[in-house]
Design a protein around this ligand. Structure first.
Ligand SMILES: Cc1cc2nc3c(=O)[nH]c(=O)nc-3n(C[C@H](O)[C@H](O)[C@H](O)COP(=O)(O)O)c2cc1C
Length: 333
């Protein structure tokens, strides 16, 4: 069975990529991920600025204790020369250790400084770069155009400096998401990752404090990225990678059917361990065998909105039948 595919112009032995996180923060962990079958890895991000928050609050959340450090890492980052040097060392060590592509990742929310970092990571030997760009549209002074302009500037500045392929990882917080994805795909980026998933706030009613919640995704969260991969496949000028809620081999198959060029996994590997990659890849192969597909090419995009006989299903958003026919459903359906 041929699982090989291309993403960002890179040849991957399979489309299953381990997404940016603490799972990819050391050369040894990356070597294990290669051993367990990963097609590529995205290194954990180097962050633009320290995100100011009280870290002890995160420590008190429901995260499994063995992953506390990763949770902290995600928020507690400050870009300094030292961090950059450590990151460069990670790329160099990882490249020595493994053959799979290493995609470096930068988290940014402004258009400054990134060219410098991007260039350094390219020089260190990264095969591609993923920009994790997030601008929460909560600034009431800014228009949609202002926000889109910031994205375009970041991409432009970085694109002008590097020759390796560039992907951007975005959220779904756009007022016209489809148009924004299309616009971003025309900037010359080689790929867009749909979608990043964020620290989410909750309120502790006893302490009357804001706390973080649901650090890891659940399989139920698959549908948002599935919908937008399905709608945007063939309507963009770059590759699309699916991220958020992909927890097993079947979910990988679904994203590929919807039109994803590659699929990124994080939460499922935190929950089940990195060795679970083997099961995910085996389950994808079993499904392909059952359906008579010899390669990814045989089925990728077969159920994208453009290819599907009933494309309106991707855009159905109201539960008319559910509420009209209430007696037929229980509260869990
Ligand atoms: C502990 C943890 C750390 C993460 N760190 C990063 C990061 O450094 N950079 C990044 O772009 N995304 C980061 N993410 C987001 C993941 O890459 C991914 O987009 C998100 O978890 C959704 O995918 P999933 O449903 O497979 O978990 C992190 C996620 C988790 C749970």
């Amino acid at each position: 069975m041929d699982l090989s595919t291309k993403y960002l112009g890179l040849k991957l032995r399979n489309p299953v990529i381990v997404g940016s996180s603490g799972l990819t923060d050391s050369a040894n962990k990356i070597a294990d991920l290669e051993k367990f079958g990963a097609g590529a890895v995205v290194l954990k991000s180097i962050f633009e600025e320290e995100i100011s928050m009280e870290y002890e609050k995160i420590l008190n959340e429901e995260a499994p204790s063995r992953y506390k450090d990763d949770y902290l890492d995600y928020f507690d980052y400050k870009i300094k020369e030292q961090n950059l040097n450590q990151y460069i060392k990670l790329i160099i060590d990882a490249k020595k250790n493994v053959k799979i592509p290493i995609i470096a990742s930068i988290n940014c929310n402004s258009s400054h400084e990134w060219t410098y970092f991007a260039k350094k990571l390219e020089e260190a030997g990264a095969d591609a770069l993923e920009l994790n760009i997030f601008i929460l549209p909560s600034n009431l002074e800014k228009t949609v155009e202002d926000i889109e302009q910031t994205y375009l500037e970041i991409i432009n500045n970085v694109k002008n400096e590097i020759k390796i392929p560039l992907a951007i990882k975005i959220s779904w917080f756009f007022s016209n998401l489809g148009r924004a994805i299309q616009l971003l795909s025309k900037t010359g980026v080689e790929g867009i990752v749909l979608f990043n998933r964020f620290y989410s706030p909750d309120i502790d009613l006893d302490k009357m404090e804001l706390v973080s919640t649901n650090v890891l995704s659940t399989p139920k969260e698959l549908s948002t990225s599935l919908r937008w991969i399905g709608i945007m496949a063939n309507r963009v000028k770059c590759d699309l990678a699916a991220s958020t809620g992909v927890h097993d081999g079947k979910a990988v198959a679904k994203q590929l059917l919807a039109g994803a060029d590659a699929v990124q996994l994080v939460s499922t590997l935190y929950k089940n361990g990195p060795e679970y990659l083997q099961t995910i890849i085996k389950d994808l192969e079993s499904w392909m065998q059952e359906k008579g597909f010899d390669s990814i090419h045989d089925f990728r995009g077969k159920l994208s909105q453009e290819e599907y006989l009933n494309p309106a299903l991707y855009e159905r958003v109201q539960f008319m039948k559910y509420f009209g026919d209430r007696d037929k459903y229980d509260s869990t359906s």
